[in-house]
Ligand binder design. Structure first.
Ligand SMILES: Nc1ncnc2c1ncn2[C@@H]1O[C@H](COP(=O)(O)OS(=O)(=O)O)[C@@H](OP(=O)(O)O)[C@H]1O
Length: 458
């Protein structure tokens, strides 16, 4: 049948990857069900998800308890059970859910006949008083039907297990929520996120994730498919609490900024996290990104000039259109920030002026420390120095040496041509106007590049 359940839902949700792997490998389990996702009442708000190719269906609660096997012993008296069946919670669970999954004991378990009594009466009541047609299906067909009806539920939304006492109780004792970040640097790409990362890790109380073999300092969990590996995978990037003296953990993944999924996913797992974003003129950002693609030998970026990329029309080759989108869309700053603000309150969001980060990082880092509420205060004016050879601010090491970012940050390339500058200024005009309104609403100052761009509008 390919269907199994876990005692007390343990390992099904919050997920324990080993259970899923063993189920698949040893018993070829394809379907399970749980009452825990999310741990909500009433039962009809529960959802399904698919993890490691195992379909997890929401299970309803029927109000029968392990310890109650006799009608007369039903908590609150038998009338309570009958009320639930005859138009009460159990009736509504069936009426409001196109698919309901229940689990009762076998009727020969400790003389339990309550399951039979309940469901025979429930079916009779539903058939008498509604036009609903009741049907049963074997697990496999049922699971396919479920996700056909609710395709948007296929993707899970991981919650913080420590926000729910019941989830903490059924989670492994070895696991801890202390291996989750306190803040996220979300990007966008090419705005100085690596410089900010370098400066942050200089702070004695701030710790980043360990590097990923594939994406270097970036974990890229909330935006893409790594999310489907589950939260154990994510937490493994952060140190075990007993090995470190601080809990100020953070992670920077510059693609989070414009991701459709990241804000919702981040808010579900780390709702109290602070969010830091950096903004530079979106035209400069787009140009820097294009240069980045060229130096990574992206064939389309090598084939087409910057102007060809940004101005490509609807009939341009699809690879050019794809590159164009990746180049320009992150610069729709207001839309992306608005999406983060749907899930995080404004006081949890810090918007850094990337130009200021570049020219006066010590002042920016003071602001960042204040925003994070981290102590002790670290004196960046003494710890950073301008390296005239690199042309950027770098970490000051002993004996006057410096630690700067590598060749790939602060690249040398020709200035943007004037046609591209004019094209982008017009392309981003409305987005920039929206950004100025948003910053005004948030009570934030406008960066100088934005003031200049707005002057062109008048
Ligand atoms: N201190 C310091 N050192 C080096 N580079 C600095 C610094 N401050 C800001 N910048 C600017 O950061 C740009 C790279 O941005 P990111 O680190 O966000 O790029 S990435 O998305 O991680 O690839 C990089 O862009 P390019 O100049 O186009 O290389 C720099 O202009």
């Amino acid at each position: 049948m390919g269907y199994a359940v876990a005692p007390h839902h343990s390992g099904v949700y919050p997920v324990h990857v080993q259970l899923y792997e063993a189920w698949k490998k040893v018993w070829n389990i394809k379907i399970t069900s749980t009452e825990e996702y999310p741990h909500l009442k009433p039962a009809r708000y529960r959802r399904g998800f698919i993890h490691k190719n195992i379909m997890v269906l929401p299970r309803q609660t029927c109000g029968l308890f392990t310890h109650t096997i006799f009608y007369k012993d039903y908590p609150g008296g038998p009338k309570e059970l009958d009320k639930s069946i005859q138009g009460g919670e159990l009736f509504f669970t069936v009426v409001l859910n196109p698919i309901s999954i229940f689990m009762t004991h076998l009727s020969n378990y400790g003389n339990d006949r309550l399951g039979l009594y309940t469901f025979v009466n429930l079916a009779n009541f539903v058939q008498t008083w509604t036009n609903l047609r009741l049907q049963t299906l074997p697990p496999m067909q049922l699971a396919h039907k479920y996700f056909e009806l609710f395709p948007d539920q296929k993707d899970p939304l991981w919650q913080n297990p420590c926000d729910d006492k019941r989830h903490r109780d059924i989670w492994s004792k070895e696991k801890t929520c202390d291996r989750l970040p306190k803040f996220l640097v979300i990007g966008p790409q090419k705005t100085g996120t690596t410089a900010l990362y370098l400066f942050l890790v200089m702070h004695p109380s701030i710790l980043s994730n360990s590097p990923s073999p594939k994406t270097f300092e970036e974990v890229q969990f909330f935006n893409r498919n790594n999310y489907h590996r589950g939260i154990d995978w994510y937490m493994d990037f952060f140190p075990v609490p007993s090995n470190v003296t601080t809990d100020f953990l953070f992670e920077k993944s510059a693609n989070y900024f414009h991701s459709e999924e990241a804000p919702k996913r981040a808010a579900s797992l780390v709702p109290k996290a602070k969010i830091i974003t950096i903004l530079i003129d979106p035209s400069d950002r787009a140009y820097s990104w294009y240069q980045h693609q060229r130096s990574h030998e992206d064939p389309t970026a090598l084939k087409f000039s910057f102007y060809e990329v940004i101005s490509a029309g609807p009939w341009a080759p699809s690879e050019l259109r794809t590159l164009q989108k990746r180049c320009l869309v992150p610069g729709w700053y207001a839309s992306h920030i608005e999406r983060w603000l749907v899930y995080f309150p404004p006081f949890q969001l810090l918007i850094i002026d990337g130009q200021q980060l570049r020219t006066d990082p010590a002042t920016v880092m003071d602001e960042v420390q204040k925003f994070l509420g981290v102590s002790p205060h670290y004196n960046y004016s003494e710890a950073l120095t301008f390296d005239s050879h690199k042309g950027f601010w770098c970490q000051l090491l002993e004996e006057g040496k410096t630690k700067c970012l590598g060749k790939s940050k602060g690249r040398k390339y020709p200035p943007m041509d004037s046609d591209s500058r004019a094209f982008l200024s017009s392309y981003y005009r409305d987005h920039n106007v929206e950004l100025s309104k948003l910053l005004h609403k948030l009570g934030q100052p406008l960066p100088s590049w934005l003031r200049q761009e707005l002057q062109k509008v008048r």
